[in-house]
Design a binder for this molecule. Structure first.
Ligand SMILES: Cc1ncc(COP(=O)(O)O)c(C=O)c1O
Length: 491
């Protein structure tokens, strides 16, 4: 995986050390520090002259960042794969490492501080997605959060079958040892463009005979799942519908709100509920996300897509009361037993800080990314000609993420990987990071969206970030022009 661009965030403006967090003017900081990114941190004051941690000394609030081993002139346009950490996020993590190192379950000061840091982060993350603090369960990341949803839905289905059976209700469908013998296997619905952490989880449950699964195909016209198609797929034993909020390769937004409303009207008459989940990994930090307004039961939150560390959370509307939640692991009782294990306080604090930044600045982030992406699309068309550019992320009548430009430069020798490896400065990808093992085969996501094979083979996923500038776009388009020229001159 390539790293974010280096640059000069902390060196452009004279003394690189303290700039980003000293200014209270977000815009000023934005231009100086967002454009190019920073990966490592050295907390000033955290260690004494011998390198020993100064655990007793308060953290001085200074974080110095730099990216080692990174060519100065690279331009990172792979923000859908991952994002670097915001300086304030690194600062929050460092502060927590330094000051909130105690076990959050301990009653002395260090523990109390850790507990308070977690409570604050929980509040911020809840606000980020329109939930209550008690609706947030911290996890290791998106993959775990998604797995927890599937596990919970199956457990809930089995439980409701047992309850119904005890009440004298019985059905005689297929036998299933994991469920009550008289009940059909639970049925799951997902789309055919889900992230592997959803798709492979569902596939595993199918192979293991724990569930039946329907993959609803996205429309080749709109690139999104159509609500009617999901409704048609619903069966009496459907217990979970999991559809992502925005696709990671095309940026297309799925009609989650409408889907939830329609499903609620059919869900009412059953002995078990149809639970609704959306993986909002790609949407958070780019567009507004409000779980209550959407009407979902579960919503997946992935830190490293919005300038937070590699940690995640699951929003659950009233975990264990309104909405079933069953732990996959058993242990020390943390996260109200739903996800035990001593809390990763510093990373949770970082997630909370990143949430706070999104809450405060989303309109600015969104309009900046949209403007930059549109400029990128204009420049691509201007340089290569409209007839040579195909945007795989443009679908009539579909909303999409502000930052995602999936584009093919048409031509026989211009497969995405070849183009990227001929670029000198651009760092991007041809699709989801988890599909790198697919070699030269075109993205199945794009094929599912109706993109012809020879066009999909040339796809480049260019995803811009909060600080990608128009100057960066100019460099990237020029880089692509040179790469294409080189590839076309080869025989
Ligand atoms: C849509 C989507 N869901 C889930 C994930 C997985 O999250 P994580 O890497 O935190 O496990 C990702 C990111 O890779 C993603 O893009």
């Amino acid at each position: 995986m390539s790293q974010p661009t280096k640059g000069s965030s902390f060196t452009r403006d004279g003394d690189s050390r303290d700039q980003s967090h000293r200014t209270s003017d977000h815009r000023a900081r934005h231009t100086e520090s967002f454009g190019h990114h920073h990966a490592h941190t050295h907390p000033s004051g955290a260690f004494d002259d011998h390198g020993h941690a100064n655990l007793g000394r308060p953290f001085d609030g200074l974080v110095h960042t730099y990216i080692p081993d990174m060519d100065e002139d690279k331009i990172y346009m792979d923000y859908n794969a991952t994002t670097p950490l915001e300086p304030e996020v690194i600062q929050a993590i460092t502060k927590a490492l330094h000051e909130a190192w105690g076990n959050p379950s301990s009653s002395y000061t260090a523990g109390v501080k850790a507990k308070a840091a977690i409570a604050q982060a929980r509040e911020n993350v809840a606000r980020l997605v329109g939930g209550k603090p008690e609706d947030i369960i911290f996890t290791s990341g998106g993959t775990e959060a998604n797995n927890l949803v599937f596990h919970s839905a199956l457990e809930a289905y089995r439980e409701s079958c047992r309850t119904a059976e005890q009440g004298g209700d019985s059905h005689h469908h297929r036998d299933n040892s994991r469920t009550s013998s008289a009940w059909p296997r639970p049925h799951l619905i997902i789309s055919n463009v889900e992230h592997d952490s959803v798709r492979l989880t569902a596939e595993h449950l199918l192979k293991d005979a724990q569930a039946d699964v329907t993959l609803v195909a996205v429309s080749k016209v709109t690139g999104r799942v159509e609500v009617e198609d999901v409704l048609t797929a619903v069966r009496p034993n459907t217990c979970l519908i999991s559809i992502m909020m925005a696709n990671n390769e095309t940026g297309v937004m799925m009609p989650i709100r409408e889907l939830c409303q329609r499903i609620r009207s059919v869900s009412g008459q059953r002995h078990h509920r149809i639970l609704l989940h959306t993986d909002a990994a790609q949407a958070i930090g780019k567009v507004g996300v409000d779980a209550r307004d959407l009407g979902v039961d579960y919503l997946t939150i992935v830190g490293h897509k919005f300038y937070a560390p590699r940690i995640g959370a699951l929003y659950v509307n009233g975990p264990g009361s309104t909405t079933p939640l069953h732990p996959m692991m058993f242990g020390g009782g943390q996260e109200r037993n739903f996800r035990p294990g001593t809390e990763n306080t510093p990373m949770i604090a970082g997630l909370g800080k990143a949430a706070e930044l999104v809450i405060s600045n989303l309109p600015e982030y969104e309009s900046h990314m949209l403007d930059t992406r549109k400029y990128l699309e204009e420049r691509l068309q201007a340089v290569f000609g409209k007839e040579r550019i195909h945007f795989n992320s443009h679908f009539p009548d579909s909303e999409s993420l502000p930052n995602t430009c999936n584009v093919s430069i048409l031509g026989p020798r211009l497969q995405g990987r070849k183009v990227l490896s001929s670029c000198r400065r651009l760092l991007a990808s041809v699709g989801a990071a988890c599909h790198t093992h697919r070699g030269d085969r075109p993205s199945h996501i794009l094929l599912s969206c109706g993109i012809p094979e020879e066009v999909a083979a040339n796809a480049l996923r260019l995803s811009v970030g909060r600080g990608t500038s128009r100057a960066d776009v100019d460099v990237v388009v020029e880089d692509l022009r040179n790469a294409v020229e080189t590839l076309e001159s080869l025989n």
